[in-house]
Design a protein around this ligand. Sequence first.
Ligand SMILES: O=C(O)c1cccc(C(=O)CC[C@H]2O[C@@H](n3cnc4c(=O)[nH]cnc43)[C@H](O)[C@@H]2O)c1
Length: 231
Amino acid sequence: MATAVPAERDAVAGAFPGPLRQLPRPGVTLHRPDGSGWDLLAAGVGPALAAASTAAALTAAALDGHPYDLVVSAGIAGGFAPHAPLGSLVVADEITAADLGAETADGFLPVTELGFGTVTHRPPAALVRTVAEATGARPGTVLTGSTVTGTAARADALRTRHPRALAEAMEGFGVAEAAAAHGVPVLELRAVSNPVGPRDRAAWRIGDALAALTDAFGKLTPALESWNPHE
Ligand SMILES: O=C(O)c1cccc(C(=O)CC[C@H]2O[C@@H](n3cnc4c(=O)[nH]cnc43)[C@H](O)[C@@H]2O)c1
């Protein structure tokens, strides 16, 4: 499970009864709740650092002979009104890089239209359903960008280009790229801390979103125990 910052990792850890053990690995430190099958990682802010840290954790686990079955990108996010209000949960059925491409006189072109790369990862539909049913998270597109949206114009442009978008964050696509490189399925689960739109720091409800994340993982981990990765 990869968050951006330690506060998000600790919110997820709050869903586990046992104390956390620190496991240093090359390039990253994992936190493992005693008696759980989960490793928690504060992977850093932004898609590049999140990808590098997640890849380091995946490689270390594979070299230890205990490769991961699943990677979950989790944390707070901006929500697109009215579908993703403050404190609500969203689960990505598409994890989409919002700014990976080229600006042209005719608008934005994703890298795929330039003939390379990928801009969307799709988590397994059955897993998305399991998460939605267990936590009440709404399924939809979660965008990844390197810049937090701060104007109504940018929010409208994202809505137009991605009509299914429920939320915007900064790590999911990086985490998904690392998981895909290792052939491991990925999920993204986000709790909404702020609306996507004009920057209003005072309107951010980070505490409420972190509490929603703890609650969601309390419901999610038992639900995922019945999931068979080899089915
Ligand atoms: O603009 C500020 O004053 C400000 C204050 C505290 C934190 C930030 C961040 O940029 C945190 C980014 C962090 O949280 C996720 N996140 C949360 N909301 C959004 C959003 O609306 N758009 C993009 N990312 C968001 C993100 O995944 C980062 O990990 C800013």
